[in-house]
Design a binder for this molecule. Structure first.
Ligand code: SF4
Length: 239
């Protein structure tokens, strides 16, 4: 079994901390496949046009390509960590030597099941889940929810500033693109706007809780009753 990590150089500090924890548990190094290629180099190559779900060069260049390069032509079984309760399939290589398998799906392991595995093993949940982030991946990932931007601003204001600094005219057509759909991060960080996002998120969370029937009290008390919303994007970016 080999463990690899496609490091974009723009990951959360929590992700690096969790990788260290995993290495201790596994007793072996997790190979960084993207060593030497930085996000900023690629951004220059793409004329300063930050990636989005329509211009998703980041995943192609920093996740998929390094993965396929690393595997080469050797036969490979790729363990894809999509849970049984997730509808998406995620990234599957079309190279004939790479076969994808879905152990959580095959064994019916859902979000609660994954939490249990991590707890029982002593590894625990990734630290970013403590402050409300649902995914790893780049700190500026355009797939994150607005509430996650608010959390990022609170937890790592310097990373929020760094994300903001990328929202400037690109060299191709002079347009400015934003990470969070059409809302500039400069607007999103206004206190009244952040408050509005928090209130909307709390309402949505409460509604989801109320719609769930027959949730055991122990599950609610353990804070396991709230499932993260289904995630967009491919799992190759996320732990
Ligand atoms: S985490 Fe988001 S921004 Fe980073 S490579 Fe993946 S899709 Fe792109």
């Amino acid at each position: 079994m080999e463990y690899i990590f496609h490091d974009t150089d723009k990951e959360l500090p929590d992700t690096y901390e969790y990788i260290d924890r995993l290495e201790d548990y596994l007793g072996k190094k997790i190979v960084r496949t993207t060593f030497g290629t930085t996000f900023d180099d690629l951004l220059r190559k793409y004329g300063g046009m930050i990636p989005s779900n329509h211009r998703r060069w980041c995943t192609r260049m920093m996740k998929l390509k390094p993965f396929e390069n690393y595997v080469g032509d050797d036969p490979c079984i790729n363990y894809v960590g999509i849970r049984a309760d997730e509808p998406r399939i995620g990234y599957i290589s079309h190279k004939p030597n790479i076969k994808a398998v879905f152990p959580f799906k095959e064994d019916g392991i859902d979000y609660e099941g994954v939490q249990k595995i991590l707890r029982d093993s002593g590894i625990g949940m990734p630290p970013y889940t403590d402050w409300g982030r649902t995914r790893s991946g780049c700190f500026f990932c355009f797939y994150q929810q607005k509430i996650e931007w608010v959390q990022l601003k609170r937890k790592y204001p310097h990373l929020y500033e760094e994300a903001k600094s990328y929202e400037k005219p690109n060299r191709i057509n002079g347009n400015v693109f934003f990470w969070c759909k059409n809302e500039p991060l400069e607007d999103l960080e206004r206190p009244e706007r952040m408050q509005q996002i928090i209130e909307n998120w709390e309402k949505a969370r409460e509604k989801q809780r109320q719609s769930k029937k027959d949730v055991p009290l122990a599950v609610i008390l353990a804070g396991m009753d709230y499932e993260p919303p289904s995630r967009e994007g491919c799992l190759i970016c996320q732990l």
